[in-house]
Write a protein that binds this ligand. Structure first.
Ligand code: PHE
Length: 329
């Protein structure tokens, strides 16, 4: 018995000296100290020791138990505190982690700039939903049921009589039916058209609508406001022109062009917005008396305006989410 105790102690000490981490310490515990471990087996076999030898053997077993338990606990403490220190160790010589800061998309930046200019001209900002009724998008805006203009704007119908708005003009209807004149607001947002995607057009783009309704609004004021806007936005020396045009919801109607000279290419006129005096039929549709009130409205495309300002020649790049492009602004 005493020999067995001695050899177990030796092999325990040897195994203990090879323990380097908590995993191998656990293996040691199972081998010696668990319920079926070598030490437990020795304790159990004490009962078979002859009576005379018992006191000596018992003492030796107790010593072995104490020795193995204490050595085990001491090493466990040491390894555990080492593991914690390893986790908390900070290497001050490592290079830092650079945080990348996001930036506003160029369209959002452009919208912000447009909003600020019009706020300075006395306009408030009003918004409507992208899912619209056929009534607000077309009928209330004086598009006849079978008017070919309905086809002009290739529409995404979502359900019978509901669609993704093809322009921001339905927000004019929402504003005029919810508030009484005088009204002066711009209405920014996304619009959708079922068009083939190309460098020039995309199935989704942004517009900013403008509306001014009061008792004495004139076409001259409309022109003055838009000229003030393009000068602030593009610069004082911007070249612009107005052309007569047609929209079912304005009469008379016009379009405004900006002179564009892309680098290394021949200059040309580029249309940036449609505008006109609110058609009296539209005022009637929203319950505003056309004998008492007049209004002007305009609607401009944001992508084109941003492309002109920043010299971008392919609209698709604005929707690609390519960081190499986005981080330039
Ligand atoms: N809604 C027109 C379009 O999308 C633009 C417009 C708005 C024209 C307001 C006149 C008045 O083309």
């Amino acid at each position: 018995m005493l020999d067995r105790i001695e050899s177990t102690r030796k092999s325990f000490d040897e195994d203990l000296s090879k323990v380097t981490d908590l995993a191998s310490l656990e293996e040691l515990r199972i081998k010696y100290l668990s319920r079926k471990g070598l030490i437990t087996q020795i304790v159990d076999s004490l009962k078979d020791v002859p009576k005379e030898e018992k006191p000596k053997a018992g003492k030796a077993v107790n010593e072995l138990k104490n020795h193995t338990n204490n050595s085990f606990e001491a090493l466990k403490l040491k390894l555990e505190s080492e593991a914690v220190n390893k986790e908390e160790f900070i290497d001050l010589s490592l290079p830092g982690v650079e945080k990348t800061i996001g930036s506003k998309h160029i369209i959002t930046q452009t919208l912000d700039e447009i909003k600020n200019i019009f706020k300075g001209l006395g306009f408030s900002v009003y918004e409507g939903p992208e899912l619209e009724s056929d009534y607000n998008n077309f009928t209330a805006l004086n598009f006849a049921e079978d008017h070919p203009a309905r086809d002009m704007q290739d529409t995404f119908f979502v359900a019978d009589k509901f669609l993704l708005r093809t322009h921001t003009s339905p927000v004019q209807i929402r504003l005029m039916t919810s508030k009484q004149p005088p009204l002066r607001a711009i209405m920014p947002g996304k619009v959708y058209r079922n068009e083939a995607v190309s460098a020039k057009s995309y199935c989704l783009f942004h517009q900013v609508e403008g509306l001014y309704v009061d008792t004495d609004v004139t076409f001259a004021e409309l022109k003055g406001t838009l000229v003030a806007f393009v000068k602030q936005f593009f610069g004082q020396d911007v070249k612009y022109r107005f052309r007569p045009s047609f929209f079912p919801f304005t009469e008379p109607s016009a379009e405004m062009d900006i002179w564009w000279e892309p680098k290394g290419k021949e200059g040309r006129w580029m249309e940036i917005l449609g505008c006109g005096m609110v058609d009296p039929n539209v005022l009637k549709n929203v319950g505003i008396d056309p004998e008492k009130y007049v209004g002007y409205a305009f609607g401009m495309g944001i992508e084109r305006t941003a492309m002109r300002k920043y010299g971008i020649d392919d609209i698709r790049i604005l929707f690609d989410n390519d960081k190499r492009f986005l981080t330039q602004f």
